[in-house]
Design a binder for this molecule. Structure first.
Ligand code: PLP
Length: 428
């Protein structure tokens, strides 16, 4: 998923000075729009990209910058206070995913790192040289496997999906064999929110002696997870997707699973992830996990709001249809294709109206093309360039939904009028 090219948007024209800080005027004007007084004008529908860090999370993190700043490996009181905070955070993440033991949780610098560590260690099983994944995984899985395929001769089966984004189970069954070292299937897709039957797929993987990994980045904190009750061996998650800080993730490694560290050095995280722990971020992830467990029920409200947005949008914009499995979806994700429209143009106009969302496009050869997920679902050409994702969170309000609904029909119409992807333009 991508959106506007924000980097180009904030490139300096003429630097301005704030105290000792030199800032570009465009960056300044963007920052001003996010001041507390201006915040009410914004509607944020990009929670699948990242969520706002919960103020309670920020409060929990603060003491670990300049008060309890010790190195958790130190034996003095500064160190033991930091180590105790990490233990508490580990238990909070353990509770979020229903792990049996706290030491099954290893903190990482991101879910991307957790995915890399999980996949690379599982592919060290020399007697087995195949891996099964889906065609719609995040690049943090697909790119790792593509590299293994190219440079290490690993055979990768990328199982397709149907037009609703559901896994082709027959193809999955055909690909599974005693040669399979690992199966990696995401718990929920980041573009459509479609949920995958990971517990069932984990059983099937185990039946042929393969390990099972799931990228649960989009699912964690939004739906109940219970690794104890399943046969999932490895699970990745990321703090910033559920109101925690950025740059912190975790990898669940089932107790009996053999694991060799990806990042080597000191003996932190029981020698499974070297490097001095990012204590404030770990504490923040723990707090975010605790809040997510306590507020899991609020996802019903998020779902009701998403459904209202979906209904109104379909009723007011012609030629729009929902992507993904509407029966089995994350509560806050809504992917919509606007036939004949250009998603980048819509995003640009929404942004000007104070609304943040993202598109189902990815940058390919310098141009925006439908993402691999949109392509895998075989969305028709004239609609594939008009895919938008609106992702809500427990912070999304009815008034934000109203703001979006108020402008969207006109914006889509304007985009269609100018679009190369309108059916008549495509035919020319
Ligand atoms: N996996 C999925 C499904 C994601 O949506 C993302 C982030 O967008 C990632 C992995 C990467 O997570 P992180 O930002 O923690 O590296």
């Amino acid at each position: 998923m991508s959106g506007l090219c924000r980097v180009c948007d904030i490139l300096p024209d003429k630097p301005a000075k704030i105290g000792r800080l030199a800032l570009a005027p465009k960056l300044l004007s963007i920052l001003r729009r996010f001041s507390p007084e201006a915040a009410t004008h914004w509607a944020y529908f990009d929670n699948a990209a990242t969520t706002r860090t919960d103020p309670e999370v920020v409060q929990a993190m603060l003491p670990f910058f300049s008060q309890s700043f010790g190195n958790p490996s130190s034996t003095h009181d500064f160190g033991t206070a930091a180590a105790a905070a990490i233990t508490a955070a580990r238990r909070q993440v353990q509770a979020l995913i229903g792990a049996e033991h706290e030491h099954e949780i290893v903190f990482t610098a991101s879910a991307t790192e957790a995915n890399n560590a999980a996949l690379l260690q599982a592919l060290r099983r020399e007697e087995r040289g195949e891996v099964i994944t889906t065609a719609v995984e995040h690049p943090a899985v697909l790119a790792v496997l593509a590299d293994q395929e190219k440079h290490h001769g690993i055979v990768v089966h990328r199982i397709g999906v149907d037009r609703w984004g559901r896994l082709d189970r027959a193809a999955f069954r055909r690909a599974l064999s005693r040669r399979t070292a690992l199966v990696s299937v995401m718990a929920a897709n980041n573009e459509t929110g479609t949920l995958f039957p990971v517990a069932e797929l984990a059983d099937m993987a185990h039946d042929v002696g393969a390990l099972f990994h799931t990228d649960a980045v989009q699912a964690a904190g939004k739906i109940a997870l219970d690794v104890k009750a399943s046969r999932i061996d490895l699970l990745s998650l990321s703090g910033h997707k559920f109101h925690g800080p950025k740059g912190i993730g975790a990898l669940y490694i089932r107790k009996s699973t053999k694991f060799r560290a990806l990042i080597r050095g000191g003996r932190q995280e029981r020698a499974r992830r070297a490097g001095t722990e990012n204590v404030p971020a770990i504490v923040g992830l723990g707090k975010a996990a605790e809040l997510a467990v306590a507020r899991l029920g609020e996802n019903q409200l998020v779902e009701a709001l998403r459904d209202r947005l979906e209904r109104t949008l379909l009723a007011t914009v012609d030629g729009a249809f929902v992507l993904g499995d509407v029966e089995c979806r994350l509560p806050g994700t809504l992917a919509v294709a606007f036939d004949g429209a250009d998603a980048e143009e819509i995003l640009f106009r929404l942004n000007r109206a104070g609304i943040a969302a993202s598109s189902g496009s990815a940058c390919a050869a310098g141009a925006m093309e439908p993402s691999h997920v949109v392509r895998a679902m075989k969305v028709p050409y004239t609609a594939a360039h008009g895919v938008l994702r609106f992702s809500l969170s427990r912070e999304t309000t009815a008034s934000e939904v109203g703001q979006l609904i108020g402008v969207l029909p006109e914006i889509v119409a304007a985009s269609r009028a100018a679009s190369l992807f309108a059916p008549q333009a495509a035919a020319e």
